[in-house]
Design a binder for this molecule. Structure first.
Ligand SMILES: Cc1cc2nc3c(=O)[nH]c(=O)nc-3n(C[C@H](O)[C@H](O)[C@H](O)COP(=O)(O)O)c2cc1C
Length: 187
């Protein structure tokens, strides 16, 4: 099992990287899957510039950046989306990255770590609705980190005591569903 921890923000000074590292550090101790950070900042996708929608088939992909992104996402069995809340939703950069691909997302599981002034709950709700269109099985539990109380002055993550348990439960579900859907991912 390979799980991508996707960092959904790219701005300088973002909290997203620290959140993803907290997730990956705890996840790596489990030994049930390989957990890798996928940073949208490393992919540098332009505003969607493919002439044909991804749903029409990967054979229409034209950009080298698209092919590289497709190869990255295709190599995972499940995802943990780390996303802040921006204006009551998840980030535009993450939506753009999602829209680039289609079958690469299919029949995989997803969990969520949201953060923001209100824990990023609205961002995650929007993301769940979009992922349904891409045949992604979103799990019940989600971590919600509060911007005011769960981050230090330097942006480090200081999660409340209960958060590690929630993260563990969420990862249990991501791994279980990602494994259960493996038969549907056969080429
Ligand atoms: C453009 C923008 C819009 C935001 N809108 C919201 C919001 O609607 N609700 C909220 O709870 N926090 C909001 N915030 C606060 C962010 O969730 C918080 O700053 C978070 O750390 C941003 O993630 P990042 O540091 O990884 O970029 C907003 C921040 C930005 C930059």
């Amino acid at each position: 099992m390979r799980i991508a921890v996707i960092i959904g923000s790219t701005r300088p000074g973002r909290r997203g990287e620290a959140v993803a590292r907290w997730v990956q550090t705890l996840a790596a101790q489990r030994g049930d899957a390989v957990y890798e950070i996928v940073d949208l900042a490393d992919h540098d996708l332009p505003h969607l510039d493919e002439p044909v929608p991804a749903a029409m088939g990967a054979e229409h992909y034209t950009g080298e950046h698209t092919r590289r992104w497709a190869e990255t996402i295709a190599s995972y069995d499940g995802f943990v989306f780390v996303t802040p809340e921006y204006n009551h939703s998840y980030t535009a950069v993450l939506k753009n990255a999602i829209d680039y691909l289609y079958t690469e997302w299919h029949n995989k599981s997803a969990g969520f770590v949201g953060y923001g002034l209100n824990g990023g709950t609205r961002a995650v709700e929007h993301l769940r609705a979009v992922l349904a269109e891409l045949h992604v099985a979103d799990v019940r539990d989600q971590v919600c980190l509060n911007y005011f109380t769960e981050f230090g002055a330097g942006g480090e993550v200081l999660p409340a005591e209960h958060q590690e348990d929630i993260l563990r439960r969420m990862l249990d579900q991501v791994v279980a569903w990602g494994g259960a859907l493996a038969t549907l991912r056969q080429p």
